[in-house]
Design a protein around this ligand. Structure first.
Ligand code: ASP
Ligand code: MG
Length: 443
């Protein structure tokens, strides 16, 4: 029998808050006549709760509070779900004693949110007459590298088992509900893909199955030329090339996980970012098809900037590698890094400040010879689109004044700015690069 690729539907935590609409979306996709694979993230707030436990692993009162919240969120659980609550309790115990010494244990704990969600969602779909079955990605054979915290999927190693497992369920007419966000490392432990990673699970699974498309269903987010809550002139973007989407994700438009584009591009599978509610605009990400190149302005704030004044200079050979390795070993997610004559600068998210300082401490003082300045609050503002760098330098160079760092590439220019400048710069960039261009092309 010839295999026909399914439709992959991924639901974000926010979308799960509206289960009736989720069922509706699954039903609509099934009516197209192909198999449907659902990928789920944890329910909203759950991954944050689990991450909180890992910040204070020895604190029994935090653990108790988190467990109570999890139980409340998944109340009315079917029988198999109870097993996941029991397991969560057991993993919490292990974490209390062995984390952070045993770092993969943290990933094991973080994965519980998706396991709970998959059982919950499958039961909900079943009660709406959709024959859904929960599937755990590590058991399925979704294989990752051994990085932990933000592992990557090894598609070649995952292909055989993922294909076989999911095709079996699809052929029997059922809908697999696969946990997003994690897989099994090459050494056999649970490994998470980094925050927002269930998009990445969905596109990798879509690529492996030769899906017709992968839909990332989100509660509210649409893809805009800037954050519409702050820039009323922002307009939705309907079409993006894989490359444009990668730049957008890289600079944290928060709509997509940065690694999620690559598997889809490689397999030529289109991605559709679709808001769950009625209003809102879907965005299709695919190969270049002649649509006008996009322009967008993104901003991530607040972030924390550390300057490391390096003995021997910020471009001393090996220095960047040493910094990134130390941060990776401490589980710190590096937002961006740049060097200058005397300094090496790193930008991290606020919860990572203490770990960053601790990780870099051995490089400082009498022994290391470098000096770490106190972190500053900054924003990472980026303009994305072909030709933006030239245009910023020609028309808006004054915006770069006071920037702590600027990185330019053929498709983007990003700047690290003092927090106080963020609003004004985002506004001006949008006016200069997006609105002005739109007026020119409609004139
Ligand atoms: N639940 C995970 C997170 O919040 C993964 C995801 O939502 O995509 O980061
Ligand atoms: Mg989530």
């Amino acid at each position: 029998m010839k295999w026909v690729g399914p439709i992959v539907l991924k639901f974000g935590g926010g979308a799960l808050a509206d289960p009736a609409r989720v069922s509706e979306r699954v039903r609509a996709a099934r009516r197209e006549g192909f198999g449907v694979v659902v990928v789920t993230s944890a329910r909203a707030g759950v991954t944050d709760l689990l991450a909180e436990v890992l910040r204070t692993p020895g604190d029994a009162s935090v653990q108790r509070r988190v467990l109570e919240r999890l139980e409340a969120l998944h109340r009315g659980f079917p029988e198999p779900g109870g097993i996941h609550l029991d397991r969560t309790r057991r993993v919490l115990h292990l974490v209390e004693r062995n984390y952070p010494a045993d770092r993969p244990l943290g990933d094991r704990l973080m994965s519980q949110g998706e396991r709970l969600a998959a059982v919950w969602l499958a039961a909900h779909l079943a009660s709406d007459g959709i024959p859904a079955v929960p599937v755990e990605a590590d058991h399925l054979g979704l294989i990752t590298d051994n990085l932990y915290g933000r592992s990557s999927i090894v598609v070649a190693a995952s292909q055989r088992h993922v294909r076989r497992g999911l095709r079996r369920i699809l052929r029997s007419g059922r809908v697999p509900v696969v946990t997003g966000f994690f897989g099994r490392s090459q050494e056999g432990r649970v490994a998470v893909l980094g925050r927002g990673g269930s998009d990445y699970s969905a596109t990798a699974i879509g690529a492996i199955l030769g899906a017709r498309r992968v839909e990332l269903v989100k509660r509210e987010v649409s893809v805009y030329t800037a954050d519409p809550r702050r820039i009323p002139e922002a307009r939705p973007i309907r079409w993006l090339t894989y490359e444009e989407a990668e730049e957008l994700a890289q600079f944290g438009a928060r709509v997509l996980h940065p690694l999620s584009i690559e598997p889809a591009r490689h397999a030529g599978v289109p991605i559709v970012v679709r808001p769950l509610g009625r209003g809102g605009v879907s965005t299709t990400i695919g190969p270049a098809n002649g649509h006008a190149p996009i322009r967008a302005i993104t901003s991530r704030a607040p972030l924390k900037l550390f300057h490391l004044r390096v003995a021997g200079g910020g471009q001393r050979p090996g220095i960047a590698a040493e910094v990134t390795e130390r941060l990776a070993a401490a589980g710190v997610n590096l937002v961006t890094l740049f060097t200058s004559a005397s300094m090496l600068s790193v930008v991290v998210e606020p919860p990572a400040v203490a770990n960053t300082a601790r990780a870099l401490a051995p490089m400082t003082g009498a022994a290391g010879g470098s000096r770490l300045e106190r972190p500053r609050s900054v924003a990472l503002v980026a303009a994305i689109g072909r030709g933006v760098t030239g245009e910023v330098l020609r028309r808006a160079h004054q915006l770069l004044e006071g920037a702590e760092g600027v990185v330019a590439s053929p498709r983007s220019i990003s700047m690290v700015l003092p927090l106080a400048k963020e609003r004004r710069v985002v506004r001006s960039l949008h006016r200069t690069l997006v609105e002005r261009r739109a007026r020119r092309s409609s004139a």
